[in-house]
Design a protein. Structure first.
Length: 186
């Protein structure tokens, strides 16, 4: 919560008037609460304490809340600055989103299509035999359309036999076909 400054420009204009009114309401509320407490403390029976609660303590608490609301309410200039900052943030997010969407739509760089590119595979989404790929430091092999390798320039093509020889496991996300088992004695 930003409190108005005393002296200077903090308590001038409409926002300054609100700040002064908030301080005045809070001080009056505190005074009423103290007077109500003093009146209640002098009475032994609850029936005699009720008038002090009704006439001083409850209205004092309401004035304190009203003063806090008046002090906490931002002035219009701050609201305009905040809205301008929000608009700038929205513009930057929109630009980043467009860049990300544009980047995801590109194919892998190079002359030949990458692991996610179209190379004339007629069996749908690169699921034909021998169409696998892996990342150099990875432990799994993937289908060419897998989200984990799509758009990555370092994904390398792989045959099922090479996947078996390297000890790579199938990706749990795209579930490529398992490489053929090794022949006994080979």
């Amino acid at each position: 919560m930003k409190l108005p400054r005393f002296g200077g420009r903090g308590l001038r204009g409409p926002a300054g008037l609100r700040g002064r009114a908030g301080l005045l309401a809070g001080a009056a509320g505190a005074l009423l609460c103290v007077l109500g407490w003093y009146g209640v403390s002098g009475e032994r029976y609850a029936e005699r304490q009720l008038p002090y609660l009704a006439s001083a303590t409850i209205p004092g608490a309401a004035l304190i809340v009203a003063g806090a609301v008046l002090l906490a309410r931002p002035d219009e200039e701050e609201a305009r600055e905040r809205a301008a900052g929000d608009e700038e943030t929205r513009r930057q997010l929109r630009l980043l989103y467009e860049l990300l969407v544009e980047e995801a739509g590109r194919t892998a760089p190079g002359d030949a299509p990458g692991p996610g590119g179209d190379s004339g595979d007629t069996q749908g989404e690169g699921t034909g035999p021998g169409r696998l790929c892996y990342l150099p430091n990875g432990r799994t092999y993937h289908r060419p359309g897998c989200l984990l390798v799509e758009g990555r320039g370092d994904a390398l093509p792989l045959t099922p036999a090479a996947a078996r020889d390297r000890g790579l496991r199938p990706c749990p996300l795209c579930s490529p076909a398992a490489p053929p088992p090794t022949a006994p004695g080979a």
